[in-house]
Write a protein that binds this ligand. Structure first.
Ligand SMILES: *Cc1c(COP(=O)(O)O)cnc(C)c1O
Length: 397
């Protein structure tokens, strides 16, 4: 019996799609739009998909293929497709199942641009989005009808930090013969198996944990092969017609990021847990929301699904918006920036930024509060991060 290698090894050991002519140890960046063939027959075979060889970098590129192969080896997926952003990956995943007259059943706690994609962009093409409470499984069941194309969930919502019961949602989807598409950006696929929990298609913003240093944008569609239409449409239709494939340069940086993902994730998660515990004792901080805290309502489910580590995102609540702005303005080490899971610790007031374009009542429905600061905890020494937060809270007038 061959022993299964651990994920940190697989990320580093994935072989290049072909042996490099010079024995390069890092995957070279194939910055080329097109590829030359020896014969007309080779050319015809590649163009018609009889041989897996790149012919044009809108649909295939060796550097991107290597990144996709790493993800495939780590997740056990049938097919992995890399796109130029998380939103491009999400859009392409939806394009495989939606059509005019169909609907998507999802939560009202979603990444802001995903909400707008469904409610604005797709709505214009006659695709309805049904947003329900993801914690109410009966409401999810009730919202599905014969025109439902898929269930779509984020496994941990941001910034509310609700954890979805993935296996229960997968069961509901499969009772009705529709796929469960899950946005797993918040907990990386090195930590848990979405496939084992019943997810049919995983979408990930690889801009976040995978790139690590905020070097590049990227997105992944990870297809477990349970709904063959997903592979068929992306591979033979959408890559060609939509044109949002990842660039070779981004794939190079994200592939490097993937090699160190597990090591970074461990440190960032343990920093986040230590901070969450300590921040609960700071006067002026009214609430600390982190699914790794034992008394968090989602802690048990998080442990069961994702294991001991709970990621690097946490939120704190301060008295009001003025206190939040003052806190952010007083930060000295922590960066005032959006993005998640950068190596650097980042702070943002989601209400006035990411959710700025949404109306007040929409923000109430989404449970996005004017008092909340979102922190993404980085790789700095945890005492230095704590001290910066402590002094910025103390400086609030
Ligand atoms: C950032 C993010 C996205 C969008 O990804 P981009 O790479 O910024 O396009 C989608 N979903 C979640 C949960 C995210 O955090």
């Amino acid at each position: 019996m061959t022993r299964m290698m651990k994920k940190s090894t697989i990320a580093i050991d994935t072989k290049l799609p072909r042996k490099d002519a010079f024995g390069a140890i890092a995957m070279p960046v194939y910055h080329t739009a097109s590829y030359e063939f020896e014969t007309a027959k080779d050319m015809a075979d590649a163009f018609c998909g009889r041989v897996l060889a790149p012919d044009y970098s809108r649909v295939m590129n060796p550097t991107v293929m290597h990144f996709e192969d790493q993800v495939k080896a780590l997740t056990g997926a049938e097919n992995v497709f890399a796109f130029c952003s998380g939103m491009a990956a999400i859009t392409n995943a939806f394009f495989t199942v939606i059509e005019t007259g169909k609907n998507v059943v999802t939560s009202h706690h979603l990444f802001g641009n995903t909400v707008a994609l469904l409610n604005k962009t797709f709505a214009r093409f006659g695709v309805e989005s049904r947003q329900v409470d993801l914690l109410n499984l009966e409401a999810v069941r009730q919202a599905i009808d014969d025109q439902t194309s898929c269930l779509f969930w984020e496994i941990v919502t941001n910034p509310q930090m609700e954890v979805a019961d993935i296996a229960a949602l997968a069961e509901i989807a499969h009772e009705r013969g529709i796929p469960l598409i899950a946005d797993t950006t918040i907990i990386p696929f090195t930590q848990f198996s979405a496939k084992a929990l019943g997810v049919d298609v995983e979408v990930v913003s690889s801009t976040k944990y995978i790139s690590g240093g905020a070097t590049s944008l990227g997105g992944l569609v990870i297809d477990y092969g349970t709904f063959p239409v997903v592979n068929q449409r992306i591979r033979f239709e959408l890559l060609f017609n939509v044109g949002s494939y990842m660039s070779p340069h981004a794939a190079y940086m994200q592939s490097l990021g993937l090699e160190t993902l597990e090591a970074r994730y461990k440190v960032q998660s343990s920093n986040a847990l230590a901070l969450a515990r300590k921040l609960q004792t700071v006067e002026g901080i009214q609430r600390v929301n982190y699914i790794g805290l034992e008394d968090n309502p989602f802690h048990t489910l998080s442990l069961k699904q994702f294991g001991e580590t709970a990621g690097a995102m946490l939120t704190i609540d301060l008295a009001d918006r003025k206190a939040c702005f003052s806190f952010i303005d007083h930060l000295k080490l922590i960066r005032r920036a959006t993005n998640l899971f950068d190596n650097k610790t980042l702070a943002i007031h989601p209400y006035s930024t990411i959710f700025g374009p949404f109306g007040k009542s929409q923000k109430v429905e989404m449970d996005v509060r004017d008092t909340t600061i979102r922190l993404s905890i980085g790789l700095e020494d945890v005492d230095d991060i704590f001290e910066d937060i402590r002094q910025a809270v103390a400086a609030i007038p």
